[in-house]
Design a protein around this ligand. Structure first.
Ligand SMILES: C[S@@+](CC[C@H](N)C(=O)[O-])C[C@H]1O[C@@H](n2cnc3c(N)ncnc32)[C@H](O)[C@@H]1O
Length: 261
């Protein structure tokens, strides 16, 4: 399947408000990468938030590092990011740039010490996924921390089976073209595939996690009905189990923390 940036841009222009809401509400699809971001980011980091969306991760990171550059390809998403960033008074610390992760020519080699590409952009770039990772690594300094999140083949198979959609599950198994819940064509990875790709391109894998572990991927309603105490307990369970070897790949998404060597 060939990557089509126009289709992605058009889709994210249509769902920009929904995307903004999802980033602000923070399901465990969103919270688990943030857990690893907070674990690894340092005060000295110069951060690239690739496919950064409406800027909520950029805002969180800007409070703990030197500077953030947010790149995204959808102008409507970038407008919302600029508004969110301005409302937090962080325009001096976060640069917002329109761009595509498959071509980061706007940035010199070895610019960033901390690179985040979470959400599903590395699944959406389809046949250009290796090139996109090469671009992220080209702009990374030696020793940079890289945090990526992609969609999980096993997680999607499990999700279809739970809904009784066995034929659809089998089509995913057979690598038939897949369209995700946002209506975007997507490449689904196994844990081994993303780990091998990152290693082949010169990274050391530090941690791998599933997101979410037990909670629903995008539907937060069950979480918001809980009281604060229950939400804290749920967070402890999700963060405590997300990196367990035996569970990797079972959520809709996979998170990998790697080091550029
Ligand atoms: C699911 S959102 C994730 C946003 C944010 N990173 C997060 O995790 O909350 C995916 C974002 O990736 C952007 N995107 C998708 N493909 C991209 C590409 N090739 N280059 C840059 N941005 C891309 C979309 O416009 C959208 O804002």
């Amino acid at each position: 399947m060939q990557y089509d940036p126009f289709a992605i841009r058009e889709r994210y222009e249509q769902i920009a408000d929904l995307e903004d809401k999802a980033e602000k509400e923070g399901s465990f699809r969103v919270l688990i990468p943030r857990y690893f971001i907070k674990k690894y980011i340092t005060r000295d980091d110069i951060v690239l938030d690739a496919a950064g969306g409406t800027g909520i991760n950029a805002i969180i990171m800007a409070l703990s590092c030197k500077s953030v550059t947010l790149v995204d390809l959808a102008p409507g998403i970038l407008d919302r990011a600029r508004t969110n960033i301005a409302l937090k008074g962080l325009t001096d610390k976060i640069r917002v740039v329109e761009g595509d992760i498959t071509d980061l020519a706007a940035f010199c080699d070895a610019t960033f010490s901390f690179i985040v590409c979470v959400g599903a952009a590395l699944s959406y770039v389809l046949d250009l996924r290796e090139r996109a990772i090469q671009e992220l690594l080209r702009v990374a300094k030696i020793g940079a921390t890289i945090i990526v999140q992609i969609q999980s083949k096993c997680g999607m198979i499990a999700s279809k089976i739970r809904k009784g959609l066995i034929k659809e599950a089998f089509e995913i198994h057979k690598n038939k073209p897949f369209t995700d819940g946002m209506g975007v064509r997507s490449h689904l990875y196994t844990v081994g595939e993303i780990a091998n790709l990152l290693r082949k391109l010169g990274c050391q894998i530090l941690e791998t996690a599933t997101s979410p572990v037990f909670a629903h991927t995008t539907d937060n309603s069950n979480i918001y009905r809980k009281n604060d105490e229950e939400l804290k307990l749920l967070e402890t369970l999700e963060y405590g189990y997300c990196a367990k070897q035996e569970l990797l790949g079972q959520g809709h998404h996979i998170v990998v923390v790697a080091r550029e060597m």
